[in-house]
Structure formats: structure tokens, C-alpha cells
Design a protein around this ligand. Structure first.
Ligand code: ADP
Ligand code: 5SP
Length: 576
């Protein structure tokens, strides 16, 4: 059997842990998955998390992840993986989640005993058994303080890449100092989910990753350092130096060799002592590493949430969006939009359509897709008809910051007249196309400043649109995505669809271990990338006429959102 090297990427997401193994040619050779709800024992979780609704808290038991890690490694072994061939390990962690370690952590990590499981040994290393989850929205007060600390939301976004968000780790830590002051005092170190993965394999606490640290509202991206004023706020009534020690330093190189794998893994699974741990990053930064993404390409992850990702040399922060350091390439940034209402919101419409037809097709999306494709863009029979558009948020939304609700409008693109009305709407059928349009119009509205003309007099748009995640299987969604976002070369889906972030993490390990001095991630992965095997074109992108008509709709869409925001504020309703 060939002894060529292998690399593992772990994806520690909200609902599952995956371990994906690739070879130096970037081909996937093993995948193991541990579904938290289905496969764990002893945790009263739902969709991977626990909730305290009274305080809008969402959190996950860290011991669950320890159980998952040993089980995934065991499952890879059962599949036949020869761990001695694994030369590098990296990972992708759900963003913003934090792990609180006690003062025994370093010693317990260092002395891991291979005859016992991680779950038997490491809960004692934690000062707090839970990790706040990205769906948590308990930190409104703290977010207000973060938004004010540099004078405005705009200034905070300029410094840290984002305005304050409930889920971001800085506001979460500040709340922790207030809710659990005694535990905070006893906390020796704080990890992100990404650096937690690396810590498990290193046997000591790993530093934050240069990209994932930008999901905390604490890191000044331009200065390449923590922002002292914000750290002071975040430390609450405690010493700022204490917080600095808990956070630790942040190395710039995303391919850094953090150290060799701990003997626990050598003895228990047969890893080689020279297997090296490379910094794990956030799940979204890892997703853009699943292919040699060019700055003119866009990626849309259609999972439970929808995220829109671009790699760009421009740093243009705005309170409505996120900028992060690129996980591998200095001088590039990652642009991101993150929506809570993605797959779930589409599923509501899908189910309403199936119910109205009294049909439960074997392929549950069949009716939704047929109706979406038969409906004309924006519900217009001719270009002078009123455009139909709406917002469909079964859950409170992040972009824009609105409570749950549904709003339907008509828009006259000639006069700019916008009317809130359900007249002319046939529910649920008109909603199939309208919900997909609504989601993609929002993406186009917020990403238009980052796209440029591909030449030949064509309007600004991405070169390609790549779809990943569960929804990327859907041809109807792909077609509408191309009509709205454009993409001169078309809309593509990654062969590995649902496993993009684990794949990106594995590629990060390949790059970290096999790069030549100075060789960029894009260069190394680009050289080994086999386009015809790894991606598939699933829809056309730019279509003259339709793209321009949707351009007019974007203006109406922006007006519609403003209208709804004003309406919500006037009613004194709380945004999330
Ligand atoms: N054929 C399909 N058409 C549209 N959406 C789909 C299809 N198959 C799966 N999905 C959606 O994919 C989502 C799950 O995607 P996945 O990437 O696995 O999510 P996660 O964010 O949990 O990793 C679900 O919300 C589901 O509605
Ligand atoms: O909060 C964000 C990004 O800001 C989310 O995208 C989380 O990172 C989601 O992780 P999973 O859905 O993969 O668990």
C-alpha cells in the first residue's frame, strides 16, 4: 500500500462533527460524521444545542464535542484509515463560540492518558461546561456598549470588520464577566471553537487563528492587534491584562506548524509522531479554502443559514456586513454576509405548497421547484408590470436586524412607488420564487460594491458563483441565483457540496505542510485542482435583460427593507 501522505480536516459545526481525509492530490479518501442529536449519549440537546429562552441564550455542552472527537477518530479507524500516514491536521469550527478553560487545563491536556477517552479526562479542564453558540442573542446590552465604545457602529466595523453582533465573542465574554464573575475569575484561558480543535490535538492551548479572531469584535484588523479600548470594555470590572492573558497572542501565518500531535493520538489511534497541527479556522473561512477562489468569485453556502463569501483585496467595512482576515493569504480579506433565515425559511414555503397540493412527493422539493421555475421573475408578466417582492423571516434575522415576520410589497420600477400589499399575491405559490428572489436580491444589494465589470462592456458581477451546502443540490435555486447575481462564467456546485468546510480545513493542512517557501494557498491548490472532477456547472449566470431587470428590483428591495425597519422601529418592536 502506498505510504503517500494524508491530511485531516475536522468540521465542528452546530449539529455535527465531521472528519474528512484527503491525499496530496486533494482527493477525498475518507469521511466520518458524528451527528450530535442522533449519535451522542447523555446530552439533552436539540439540533446540537441547549437553550434558555428566558434569556435568549443558546449554548452547547463542550463534553459533547469531546465524545464526538473520539467517536469520529474511531470511525475513521474502522473504515481502514492508517493514521500513521496522516501528516497534517487542521479544522473548521463554528464561528464565535468560546470555550472557557480552568487553571488545570494545561496540565490535563499535557497529561492525556490514551487508555481513557477525551470525555473522561477533559471536562475537568473546563471552568465552564458550555460554549455560547452563534444563535445566542442574549447580549443586546453588551452590543450597545461595543457599538458605542469607538463612537459609532461604523467605527467599530472599521476597526474590527463588523459592528457588534450578539453572537460575536467579545460581547459574549463581557456578558460572561457579569453573569458568571466567579467562573470568569477562575478561567485561565479562552479558546474559540477553532482553536479548541487545535488544542485537543496539540495537548496544550493553541492560539487563535488570524481569520477566526476577527469574529470577536476585539481584533483591530488594520493594526493587526487587539484593540486596547475595546479590550478594556470587554474585561468589564476585571483587569484588562487578565483578559489579554486569557486570549493569548495571535500568529499571522495560517499555515504555521503549531506543533506535533500529542502522544494520546499516537498511542490510541496510531498517528505518527511527526504529524503536525496547523491552525484550525472558522467554518466560513474554511469554506473559501475548499477551492482556489479568485477575488472575482462569489460563494453562497445554502445550509441551515445562508452565508455569502468572497475573497477580496478591498477592505470596505460597513455595519451591514463582515470583513475578516483571509485565513491563509496576507493582503486578502474575506467578505461575509450571514443570514439566519436560509434553508428553514425556504422549507416553510415548500411545506405550505405540498400541503396546499395535498401532495408528499418522494423528492420533497419537486413542487416547490416546478412552481418557482414556472413563475415569472418578480411576478411580472411584462417589464412594465408591478414587481412583487417580500421578506420572509420565520426567525429573527441578522441581515437586516429585524424580528421574525413576513412582509409583501409591490414596486413600480418606473416611478419608484412601493406599496405594502398582498393584493395580487397568491399564497403559497407566488412565494416559491419570491423567497428565493428575496434571499438573492439581498445578497446582490450588499455585495454590489465588491464586484467589478468582467470587461466587454458587461455590468459589474462575479466571475463565477459557487454554491455549497444542502441547498446547492437544487437546480431551481441555482437558476434563480444565476439570474439575480449574474456570473459571467456561470453557477457551479462543488462536488463535495455538504462538506465544503471540512474539505477547506483539510486543504489548509495540505498547504501548511507541503507549501514551498512563500507559496500562497491559491497557488498550491490551484496547481493541484482538477476542475472537471471537483466542480459542476449547474446553471447559467449572467443573462442580458434579466440581470438588468433584477438590478432595478434591487433598488426597490432596498427601499422595502428600509420601510420595514422604520415600521418596526415606529411600533417600538425590539429588533433581535
Ligand atoms: N434539494 C434541496 N433543495 C433545497 N434545499 C435543500 C435540498 N436538500 C437539502 N436542502 C436544505 O439544506 C439545508 C441543510 O444544509 P446543510 O449544508 O447540510 O446544513 P448545515 O448548515 O446544518 O451544515 C436544509 O435546510 C435543507 O432545507
Ligand atoms: O455565525 C456564523 C457566522 O458568522 C455561522 O455561520 C456559524 O459559523 C454557523 O456554523 P454552522 O451552521 O456551520 O454550525
Amino acid at each position: 500500500m502506498s505510504q503517500s501522505p494524508l491530511y485531516i480536516g475536522f468540521d465542528l459545526s452546530t449539529q455535527q462533527l465531521k472528519g474528512l481525509v484527503v491525499n496530496s492530490d486533494l482527493k477525498v479518501v475518507y469521511i466520518a460524521k458524528f451527528d450530535f442529536d442522533a449519535d451522542s449519549t447523555g446530552f439533552p440537546i436539540k439540533k446540537g444545542v441547549l437553550t434558555n429562552e428566558a434569556e435568549h441564550e443558546v449554548f452547547a455542552p463542550v463534553a459533547l464535542w469531546l465524545q464526538a472527537m473520539d467517536t469520529v477518530l474511531e470511525s475513521l479507524r474502522k473504515q481502514g484509515l492508517d493514521f500513521s500516514r496522516v501528516k497534517g491536521i487542521s479544522g473548521a469550527g463554528q464561528q464565535h463560540g468560546s470555550v472557557y478553560w480552568g487553571d488545570q487545563a494545561e496540565s490535563l491536556l499535557k497529561n492525556l492518558d490514551s487508555s481513557k477517552s477525551l470525555q473522561d479526562q477533559l471536562p475537568a479542564a473546563l471552568s465552564h461546561p458550555y460554549s455560547p453558540n452563534w444563535q445566542d442573542s442574549s447580549t443586546q446590552k453588551e452590543c450597545d456598549e461595543f457599538d458605542a465604545i469607538l463612537g459609532s457602529q461604523e467605527n467599530l466595523a472599521q476597526a474590527t470588520g463588523s459592528k457588534a453582533h450578539h453572537r460575536f465573542t467579545g460581547p459574549q465574554i463581557l456578558r460572561f464577566t457579569r453573569k458568571h464573575p466567579e467562573v470568569y475569575k477562575k478561567t485561565a484561558r479562552i479558546s474559540l471553537v477553532s482553536s479548541f480543535i487545535a488544542s485537543l490535538f496539540l495537548g496544550h492551548i493553541a492560539p487563535f487563528d488570524i481569520s477566526d479572531v476577527c469574529g470577536m469584535n476585539l481584533w483591530n484588523i488594520k493594526k493587526g492587534a487587539y484593540d486596547d479600548q475595546i479590550l478594556k470594555l470587554c474585561s468589564g470590572k476585571f483587569e484588562v491584562d487578565g483578559l489579554k492573558q486569557k486570549l493569548g497572542s495571535v500568529p499571522e501565518d495560517g499555515g504555521l506548524h503549531l506543533g506535533s500531535v500529542h502522544s494520546y493520538y499516537i498511542q490510541r489511534y496510531g498517528f505518527s509522531p511527526d504529524c503536525t497541527v496547523i491552525p484550525a479556522t472558522g467554518d466560513n473561512p474554511a469554506t473559501i479554502l475548499a477551492l482556489p477562489l479568485r477575488p472575482s468569485d462569489a460563494m453562497v453556502s445554502l445550509g441551515t443559514s445562508t452565508t455569502f463569501l468572497m475573497s477580496t483585496p478591498s477592505y470596505m467595512p460597513d455595519p451591514a456586513t463582515h470583513f475578516f482576515n483571509h485565513p491563509t493569504t496576507a493582503g486578502l480579506y474575506m467578505f461575509m454576509l450571514c443570514y439566519k433565515n436560509g434553508g428553514l425559511a425556504r422549507e416553510y414555503v415548500r411545506d405550505a405548497i405540498n400541503e396546499s397540493l395535498k401532495d408528499t412527493p418522494a423528492q420533497p422539493w419537486a413542487n416547490f421547484d416546478k412552481i418557482a421555475l414556472e413563475s415569472s421573475p418578480l411576478g411580472q408578466k411584462s417589464s412594465s408590470d408591478l414587481m412583487k417582492m417580500g421578506l420572509f423571516f420565520p426567525r429573527p434575522e441578522i441581515v437586516p436586524n429585524l424580528p421574525s415576520g413576513q412582509w409583501r410589497f409591490t414596486y413600480n420600477a418606473e416611478t419608484g412607488d412601493l406599496q405594502e400589499t398582498t393584493t395580487g399575491w397568491t399564497a403559497p405559490n407566488d412565494e416559491a420564487r419570491a423567497i428565493v428572489e428575496s434571499q438573492f436580491l439581498s445578497l446582490r444589494l450588499r455585495s454590489r460594491g465588491l464586484t467589478t465589470s468582467p470587461g466587454n462592456g458587461l455590468p459589474a458581477q462575479p466571475r463565477r458563483v459557487y454554491l455549497v451546502g444542502g441547498g446547492s443540490k437544487n437546480q431551481a435555486i441555482a437558476k434563480i441565483a444565476g439570474e439575480i447575481l449574474g456570473g459571467v462564467e456561470g453557477v457551479y456546485k462543488l462536488d463535495i457540496g455538504d462538506n465544503a468546510c471540512a474539505l477547506g480545513a483539510a486543504y489548509k493542512a495540505v498547504w501548511g505542510m507541503e507549501r514551498q517557501p512563500g507559496q500562497t494557498f491559491e497557488n498550491l491548490i490551484g496547481q493541484r485542482w482538477q476542475e472537471e472532477q471537483f466542480i459542476e456547472k449547474i446553471a447559467d449566470g449572467y443573462q442580458k435583460g434579466v440581470f438588468e431587470q433584477y438590478g432595478k428590483a434591487v433598488e426597490g428591495f432596498e427601499k422595502m427593507e428600509d420601510h420595514v425597519i422604520q415600521q418596526v422601529l415606529a411600533k417600538g418592536l425590539q429588533t433581535i
